[in-house]
Design a protein around this ligand. Structure first.
Ligand code: SF4
Ligand code: SF4
Length: 159
């Protein structure tokens, strides 16, 4: 039986894999004035199953969002913040692919211009590694699967 400690260890490991890597080799916040960190009570970052945070949490059904006011302890930020704006997308066939998270299209210039900017490949590899790690756990795999299907539905809307 997996308990809370199992998940906290899992996320510690996942965050350790990302480490200090970010989507670009330079600070991408300088090109958009940290657009993804302009938090308010109407937005939030999706928490993974059983992921703990010191931020306020807004719950709706199975969805838990960490709500910030645009400030946080960097070392304690949710995993979603560390991998944004990419996602370890789980294909219908069960493969992990790292893709720009289309849900961040409005907010993030890297999503809008992902083919035009030089992304840090080490970061992308690490997001994939995190995806593979999390997919070994049943609940996290289900979360990756459901979130990937949600991303599919956004992609379908955009055509
Ligand atoms: S919105 Fe995108 S480009 Fe801007 S800081 Fe966030 S991840 Fe970087
Ligand atoms: S928790 Fe931190 S990193 Fe995440 S959106 Fe808020 S300020 Fe940005």
């Amino acid at each position: 039986m997996k308990d809370e400690r199992y998940y906290q260890r899992l996320y510690k490991k996942a965050k350790g894999i990302i480490g200090d890597k970010t989507p670009l080799k330079k600070d991408c916040g300088r090109i958009c004035s940290n657009a993804c960190c302009k938090g308010d009570e109407n937005t939030g970052m999706l928490l993974f199953p059983h992921e703990k945070t010191s931020l306020d949490v807004k719950e709706s059904g199975n969805v838990r969002l960490a709500v910030c006011d645009g400030r946080c302890e960097r070392s304690d930020r949710p995993l979603s913040c560390m991998i944004f704006p990419f996602f370890p997308y789980l294909t219908e066939k069960g493969r992990i692919k790292v893709i720009p998270d289309i849900r961040g299209y409005e907010v993030c210039p890297l999503v809008r211009q992902c083919n035009a900017v030089k992304l840090d490949r080490a970061f992308l590899r690490r997001v994939k590694e995190v995806g593979r790690l999390l997919s070994e756990d049943e609940q996290c795999r289900a979360f990756l699967y459901e979130t990937s299907r949600e991303i599919d539905s956004f992609l379908n809307i955009l055509g």
